[in-house]
Design a protein around this ligand. Structure first.
Ligand code: COA
Length: 260
């Protein structure tokens, strides 16, 4: 399976290793990352986890559009739930999780980075929530977590336009904490993880748990509502047109036709 897990002292690094498809995620890869997270977070010596993508072009270029194009609403719900479960596993891992974003972080890629505690990026990173250009809303927590990270106005800009932003803009709006030259990103991620790992693991875990309480009691409900809305768009003329257009490498033409 194309998901690597490596331990270095107290630090686990999980690498999505499917660079030919820019680390886009289908169900099998989502499940494999989930298992890697479980393995890393249950390892007693693990004090910090880094999530990154293999290759020089992408962190994760999103959910696998080819796989999504023909999904029924039920299949899309199951697929969306997988993405949500992984994001929750990252969010609820006892250890801090650092996203080392080495290129495209689009759609689900941006969303999984948002579930991480800290995001740092290489200068070539590109971020977007382009789902509306595919005929669906974000479906792995983006409508909720992006708001928390960059605020409602900027989240609305990014989610409603689907536009791409570069690493410098991501830094300016607070989507990432720092930007480094491409060749330095992993060393910086390991430095950061080592700083965390040098602290009391008990105090670090307690701090992460306490910060998570800031989301409020409706958090799970909001995420569940997003999962339902995401699946509900499958079968619409716009979803079929948006994803077919990507596969056919052309611009989509949307009509707003309701799902059957
Ligand atoms: N799902 C499925 N396949 C994807 C993918 C995705 N999200 N992102 C990239 N790929 C595949 C491409 O289809 C291509 O496969 P091919 O070589 O068999 O044709 C391969 O990865 C390389 O991507 P390509 O599009 O040729 O590279 P590019 O440099 O021209 O463009 C992107 C890069 C990231 C701008 C472009 O691939 C893209 O827009 N991807 C989709 C991003 C997206 O909308 N993600 C959100 C999904 S919810």
């Amino acid at each position: 399976m194309a998901i690597d897990l490596a331990f270095h002292d107290h630090i686990a690094t999980i690498t999505i290793n499917h660079p030919e498809k820019l680390n886009a995620l289908n169900s099998a890869r989502l499940r494999a990352i989930f298992l890697r997270f479980e393995e890393a977070s249950l390892y007693p010596e693990c004090r910090a986890i880094i999530l990154t993508g293999a290759g020089e072009r992408a962190f994760i270029a999103g959910a696998d559009i080819t796989a999504m194009a023909t999904m029924t609403q039920e299949e899309a719900f199951t697929f969306g739930q997988l993405g949500h479960s992984l994001a929750r596993a990252i969010e609820q891992a006892p250890q801090p999780v650092i996203a080392a974003i080495n290129g495209f972080a689009l759609g689900g890629g941006c969303e999984l980075s948002l579930a991480c505690d800290i995001r740092i990026a290489a200068e070539n990173a590109v971020f977007a929530q382009p789902e509306v250009a595919l005929g669906i809303p974000p479906g792995w927590g983006g409508t909720q977590r992006l708001l928390r990270v960059v605020g409602p106005g900027m989240a609305a800009d990014l989610i409603l336009t689907g536009r791409r932003i570069d690493a410098a803009e991501a830094l300016r709006i607070g989507l990432v904490n720092a930007v480094y030259p491409v060749g330095e990103l992993m060393a910086k991620a390991l430095d950061l993880a080592a700083q965390i790992a040098a602290n009391s693991p008990l105090a670090v875990r307690a701090s992460k748990r306490l910060m998570a309480m800031n989301v409020g009691p409706a958090w799970e409900d909001s995420l569940a509502a997003e999962a339902r809305a995401f699946a509900g768009e499958f079968g619409s003329g716009d979803q079929l047109e948006g994803m077919t257009a990507f596969i056919e490498k052309r611009k989509p033409v949307f009509t707003g036709e309701q799902p059957a």
